[in-house]
Write a protein that binds this ligand. Structure first.
Ligand code: PLP
Length: 392
């Protein structure tokens, strides 16, 4: 439950701040954070707190603390990985022409828009397509790699549909080709097991506010030994890799959220999977002509993307909101726009069907009662929206 007292089914947009995380942050919010670069005791307290958070985040993803760099969130981590990753590889190897970035059609806009910017700067961008369930085929990646490939970027789990990508298999191919691989794991961390050594990725993006932490903190994992130049130059913070005074309170919150996720994610995943199953079966039973998007592929346990034939996803979101259920048409950054989900389009749905997509993303604190209420409210809303308009 949130302050708005709605049934909150939009955890992929952002998660409520865990009260235990807030408690950990309080001394750095209310008591004066201190600047982690200052030499006095307040500064040193901040430095130690940031270092503890670094250990906590590293432990969650199986990394060493020296491989974790704090940034402002998933968007910055993705920007850094792509921009610096392409530049570093192009600088280190003579590619014999414009560098190539290989990524997928279903990435978050933090990756896709950065790729477009790089394309405008002369980088060759290849977008690997997905199947009807939203999954990429590692062989398609293998076919896209060329001697000019500088970087491969593939998300671990999709924010709209929840599809989990075969990142380890793609990383193996990239390694064979001597190419760095970045993975946007923003939606995966805290919902499924994420281990950088198992995945064997070079770069991995994560964000605090998707796992019960505060907005405005994230991290990029940079494999030890990788010479990744900074995105932001400044006062030498983050061992010279990311300039800017550390957001101490948010980083402390991120660390605590990571610590909690490490011990609680498996139980949370089990619980959200059960609730998602209840929701999915309930909606299928109550709403005719309802399609579950991406059901054929491995999915995040908490994510359910549905399309109700003839019902615009945006209309449905607004109707659900009035009835006290917070849902989404897809990525939060695009929900103000009336563009159909690029993920559904990439999965082969036509524009009209893609517009019908509705995303329900659960959290461990949702209850069975909330799920049952959502089924009722949604069945009524869909019936109302499908009813032929009567003139007054
Ligand atoms: N990548 C994915 C897959 C996301 O879902 C999001 C946020 O929705 C981001 C990146 C951006 O993260 P942030 O909101 O921390 O900038």
């Amino acid at each position: 439950m949130t302050d708005l007292d709605a049934v909150y089914l939009d955890h992929n947009a952002t998660t409520p701040l865990d009260p235990r995380v807030l408690q950990a942050m309080m001394p750095y919010l209310a008591g004066g954070a201190g600047n982690a670069s200052s030499l006095h005791r307040l500064g040193q307290r901040a430095r130690q707190a940031v270092d503890v958070a670094r250990q906590q985040v590293a432990a969650l993803i199986g990394a060493s603390p020296d491989e974790v760099f704090f940034v402002s969130g998933g968007t910055e981590a993705d920007n850094w990985a792509l921009r610096a990753g392409v530049a570093a590889a192009a600088g280190a190897r003579d590619l014999g022409g414009p560098a190539q970035l290989v990524t997928t059609t279903v990435e978050h806009s933090a990756v896709l828009q950065t790729a477009e910017r790089l394309r405008a700067q002369g980088v060759t961008v290849t977008l690997v397509e997905v199947d009807a369930a939203g999954r990429v085929d590692p062989e398609a990646f293998a076919a896209a790699l060329t001697p000019k490939t500088a970087l491969v970027s593939v998300m671990l789990a999709n924010n709209d549909v929840g599809t989990i990508q075969p990142v380890a298999a793609i990383a193996a191919l990239a390694r064979q080709a001597g190419v760095w691989i970045h993975s946007d794991a923003v939606q995966a961390v805290g919902k499924i097991a994420v281990d950088v050594r198992t995945l064997e990725v070079d770069l991995l993006a994560l964000s605090a506010h998707k796992l019960g932490g505060p907005q405005g903190a994230g991290a990029l994992f940079v494999r030890r030994g990788l010479r990744l130049p900074p995105l932001l130059e400044g006062g030498g913070q983050e061992r010279g890799r990311r300039g800017g005074t550390e957001n101490v309170a948010a980083i402390v919150g991120f660390g605590r959220a990571a610590e909690l996720a490490r011990s609680e994610w498996a139980e949370g995943a089990r619980r959200t999977a059960e609730l998602r199953e209840r929701l999915e079966l309930g909606l299928l039973a109550r709403i005719p002509r309802l399609t579950i998007n991406g059901r054929e592929a491995p999915r995040l346990p908490n994510t359910l993307s549905v399309s109700c034939a003839g019902v615009d996803g945006l209309d449905l979101v607004l109707n659900l909101d009035l009835a006290g259920v917070a849902a989404s048409t897809g990525a939060a950054c695009s929900s103000g726009r009336v563009a159909p989900s690029h993920v559904l389009r990439a999965m082969g749905r036509d524009a009209a069907t893609a517009r019908e997509a509705l995303r329900l993303s659960l959290g461990a604190s949702n209850s069975e009662g909330e799920i049952d209420r959502t089924i009722e409210v949604m069945a009524e809303a869909v019936a109302r929206l499908r009813a032929p308009a009567t003139s007054a």
